[in-house]
Design a protein around this ligand. Structure first.
Ligand SMILES: *[C@@H]1O[C@H](CO)[C@@H](O)[C@H](O)[C@H]1NC(C)=O
Ligand SMILES: *[C@@H]1O[C@H](CO)[C@@H](O)[C@H](O)[C@H]1NC(C)=O
Ligand SMILES: *[C@@H]1O[C@H](CO)[C@@H](O)[C@H](O)[C@H]1NC(C)=O
Ligand SMILES: *[C@@H]1O[C@H](CO)[C@@H](O)[C@H](O)[C@H]1NC(C)=O
Length: 336
């Protein structure tokens, strides 16, 4: 019954006027801003070919998944200054012509990684002034056309480089007013940012909140050498820079030399072990040679002694023999 009444209403709306009563429409734009709307008006009746839909400055806190169904002509959608805190993952699925989307100043704390799927023509995306603690990997994968992105004024402390790499046409990136933690978790993203700036892009200030020693510093001014210890940490963690819990790998510059030392300590220990092993082997060989030489000496000496003794034993015999032979000789000679 209710459904049929609704459908009758919808049909009537569609028949009567193109524009929802809450909005002001012209041929290209539907302005539903600042009407204290709690629910999205029925938009199926928007004038055909509407390019711009303004829903800013209302009290929207949630949107049905079909809120923007059939609005494939839409190019600009403004949802700023509402109380949106959770968006259905397929909400924008049919807005294949959308080029400008603003979700500024809402209460978003999580974004489904499928949310922007299919928005390949999106050029401008405003996510500033929300409560986002992270940008999920894959969220921006299909936004190759994006040139302008704001994530300013959220609760971001780190970003992953891989999340942003699909944005090959990005020119303008706003990251200010976030509690950045300038540690290893942000190093790869810093490199990506430097590439963006190198190819002519703009990034606003990325001020570190942690570690204490870097508070207020712009991460782009922090020399890359100060992140060298991250590589060593990666080595120790088996090649994975694990962004563990909040502020896990925070290192202040004063601690840096310690990290380096800590990293080198095992190496020097390993080297020392190596030296000991080599020295041991050399000593062992020398010892064996000495023992062999000593044994050889002893055997030689004893053999010589034995030989000498036998020589001495034999000498008297030989003397006897001579003595015996002599008389014979004498005898023979006497006989001769
Ligand atoms: C839309 O409507 C609001 C409230 O009526 C008005 O303040 C605003 O200027 C309008 N915006 C545009 C772009 O027409
Ligand atoms: C979408 O628009 C087409 C024609 O423009 C219409 O036939 C169809 O019912 C609409 N679908 C919805 C969900 O509004
Ligand atoms: C998308 O936008 C382009 C350029 O504004 C327009 O030519 C095209 O018809 C639009 N497509 C749809 C489905 O509205
Ligand atoms: C954010 O939205 C709220 C509620 O819509 C509004 O009162 C506030 O002025 C807005 N803040 C900014 C900075 O636009």
């Amino acid at each position: 019954m209710k459904a049929s009444v609704l459908s009758v209403c919808a049909t009537l709306l569609q028949l009567c006027a193109g524009c929802p009563s809450e909005c002001v429409c012209n041929s290209l734009e539907a302005n539903c801003s600042g009407r204290s709307l709690v629910f999205v008006p029925a938009l199926t009746s928007l004038p055909e070919g509407t390019h711009t839909l303004l829903l800013a400055n209302n009290r929207l806190s949630s949107l049905p998944v079909s809120a923007f169904a059939n609005l494939s002509t839409l190019e600009t959608l403004d949802l700023s200054n509402n109380y949106l805190d959770n968006l259905p993952s397929r909400l924008f699925r049919e807005l294949s012509n959308l080029s400008d989307l603003s979700l500024r100043n809402n209460s978003l704390t999580v974004l489904d990684r499928e949310l922007f799927r299919g928005l390949t023509l999106l050029r401008r995306l405003d996510l500033s002034l929300n409560g986002l603690p992270a940008v999920p990997l894959g969220l921006l994968d299909e936004l190759q056309g994006l040139t302008w992105l704001s994530l300013a004024g959220n609760r971001l402390h780190a970003l992953e480089r891989a999340t942003f790499e699909p944005l090959v046409n990005l020119q303008h990136l706003e990251l200010g007013m976030n509690p950045w933690e300038c540690d290893c978790n942000l190093r790869d993203f810093k490199h990506w940012m430097e590439w963006l700036i190198y190819r002519g892009g703009y990034v606003d200030a990325v001020e570190c909140t942690l570690p204490k020693d870097l508070r207020g510093h712009d991460i782009r001014g922090v020399p890359v050498e100060m992140f060298n210890y991250c590589l060593q940490l990666e080595d120790e963690n088996g090649g994975t820079a694990t962004p563990s819990s909040n502020g896990a790998v925070v290192r202040t510059p004063a601690e840096l030399p310690d990290c380096v030392k800590q990293r080198y300590r095992p190496v020097s220990v390993r080297r020392a072990i190596g030296t000991v092993v080599i020295a041991g082997v050399v000593c062992g060989i020398v010892c064996i040679m000495m023992v062999a030489a000593a044994a050889y000496g002893c055997i030689y000496a004893s053999l010589m002694a034995k030989y000498q003794r036998e020589l001495k034993k034999r000498q008297p015999l030989m003397g006897d023999a001579e003595a015996e032979a002599d008389p014979e000789e004498k005898h023979i000679s006497s006989v001769a």
